[in-house]
Design a protein around this ligand. Structure first.
Ligand code: AHR
Length: 500
């Protein structure tokens, strides 16, 4: 197959906010206990944090961590997670039907995130709680002292405020699986009043309001319309989530799922702009894509587990090369919309639906999805570029025309580099790519990195952590006549770095 892609550093879509490479740790399965926090592990530090896991997380340079859920946030009580650890209560967590010991809480989160270092996106409980608890937690976190809850924090040994400036007003509140699900009208009013009160207490906070949980929610996009009609002026970002699944159990259909993610994002942005126009508002509302990932297998077995265990292994997907390609297409969607998606969180970071896996008491390793994420974090910086792509497509029953070649690009003027991220969706044929530079500019190839494997279903595990890893591919060292001729192997992810 042949394809042509033209990249021009002047065709910028917009700046890439580093927070687009955020991630997420939830009180879910072994994300925290046995993942990032395991006091009895040989590599644990004095805080109980696993240093081997911190080292691998640091390779990703994650700038933002969402916490404490997810579904978990809709029935947790923040007061259980503060103060002396020995006095914190164990509670049943309704979201995952696990036992929550609360030995990792707010102060532990603050110390762990500073190790990376990363900022925090805190999710409020808008399920079993509401406005009052939101402003109480904000007072505890952000006021310097002299009030009841800021002084409580100081008595807990934390003199300086945590200074958390980014908040989610609940999580997936439209979903029937959510504890405390609400209608759009109920939620829109609550979100508006909560955002208003939070900004009276700390005018520097920014808040994300829940959009629809995913494309196929029956209330999408009316949910956005109703909610934003009620709270547009007081909120800062629309929160969206997408997990690409292999529901049709067919490779080409699975690879087409990110097309649905892109339509969902563009439609939601359309509603934001419609409400803006209706209200005559100067403010533009952008998106916090604060949960995204591939979630190919249903994990039916999780449902058979006995409830009320501490940190049972939940959602422990073993990712394949196929999953990594779908994942990389999702990353391309985010980069292509970088000007309207300043925040995104890969859900999750460790053990559950994660790029990083651990054995409790043992090793840490990287899944296939780790690599496209890592290279985007390292080189998908600066400005996102509009690529002109001309290549073959296939027809999908649900999403229509799907390009075999999926692409995004970034130009980092400080480094004088363009990075192009490419997925060849075809498992049958390589793509011979003509990668042209705008205005016939001259460039040198720094590297062509490829992730592929002979078996699309191959992945890594504790025994074979290096089965599917990226490799450098030979290619032309410089452009000829303003273009490179490159071969993208069948069913591969590729990063091309060019020095201008
Ligand atoms: O990431 C796992 C779960 O998926 C989150 O808790 C929830 O928000 C989503 O449905």
């Amino acid at each position: 197959m042949n394809a042509k892609a033209t990249v021009d550093r002047d065709f910028a879509i917009g700046k890439i906010d580093p927070r687009i490479y955020g991630s997420f740790i939830e009180h879910l399965g072994r994300v925290i206990y046995g993942g990032i926090y395991e006091p009895l592990h040989p590599r644990a530090d004095a805080n109980g944090f696993r240093r081997d896991v911190i080292d691998v997380v640091k390779e990703l340079r994650v700038p933002l961590i969402r916490y404490p859920g997810g579904n978990y946030s809709s029935s947790y009580d923040w007061r259980d997670s503060v103060g002396p650890v020995a006095e914190r209560p164990a509670r049943p967590d309704l979201a995952w039907r696990s036992l929550e010991p609360n030995t990792f809480g707010l102060d532990e989160l603050d110390r762990w995130s500073k190790e990376l270092p990363a900022g925090v996106l805190m999710t409020l409980n808008m399920g079993t709680q509401g406005l009052r608890e939101a402003i109480e937690l904000l007072e505890y976190c952000n006021l310097p002292g002299g009030t009841s809850l800021s002084d409580l924090r100081r008595r807990h040994g934390r003199e300086k405020p945590y200074g958390i400036k980014l908040w989610c007003l609940g999580n997936e509140i439209d979903g029937p699986w959510q504890v405390g699900q609400k209608s759009a009208a109920e939620y829109g009013r609550l979100a508006n009043e909560t955002a208003k009160a939070m900004k009276l207490l700390d005018p520097e906070v920014k808040v994300c309001v829940c959009g629809s949980s995913f494309l196929k929610m029956p209330t999408f996009p009316e949910w956005e319309q109703t909610v934003l009609d009620l709270c547009y002026d007081n909120v800062d970002y629309l929160s969206l989530h997408t997990y690409c699944r292999n529901e049709r159990a067919e490779r080409s259909a699975y690879l087409a799922e990110p097309v649905g993610m892109e339509r969902y994002l563009e439609t939601a942005l359309g509603v934001c702009d419609r409400v803006r126009l209706k209200k005559g508002a100067a403010k533009r509302l952008d998106v916090s894509f604060d949960e995204w990932n591939v979630w190919p297998r249903a994990r039916e077995s999780d449902r058979d587990r006995d409830p009320w265990q501490v940190a049972p292994p939940l959602l422990e997907e073993a990712y394949t090369t196929e999953d990594a390609l779908v994942f990389a297409c999702m990353l391309n969607v985010l980069l292509r919309h970088a000007e309207r998606v300043p925040i995104a969180c890969l859900s999750l970071l460790v053990n559950a639906l994660a790029p990083i896996m651990t054995e409790t008491g043992g090793a840490v390793w990287r899944q296939t999805t780790f690599y496209p994420f890592k290279y985007a974090c390292l080189y998908g910086t600066g400005s996102s570029l509009r690529l002109a792509v001309d290549g073959p497509v296939y027809e999908d029953r649900v999403f229509g025309s799907v390009p075999f070649l999926d692409a995004s690009a970034a130009y980092d003027s400080a480094r004088g580099e363009i990075a192009v991220f490419l997925v060849n969706r075809s498992d049958a044929s390589a793509i011979d790519l003509e990668l042209a530079l705008g205005r016939g500019e001259h460039a040198e190839l720094i590297e062509h990195v490829v992730l592929e494997s002979g078996d699309p279903m191959a992945g890594n595990d504790a025994g074979s952590p290096g089965r599917v890893v990226p490799r450098r591919k030979d290619g032309p060292s410089e452009s000829v006549g303003g273009a490179f001729r490159l071969s993208l192997p069948a069913f591969s992810w590729n990063m091309i770095r060019l020095a201008l």
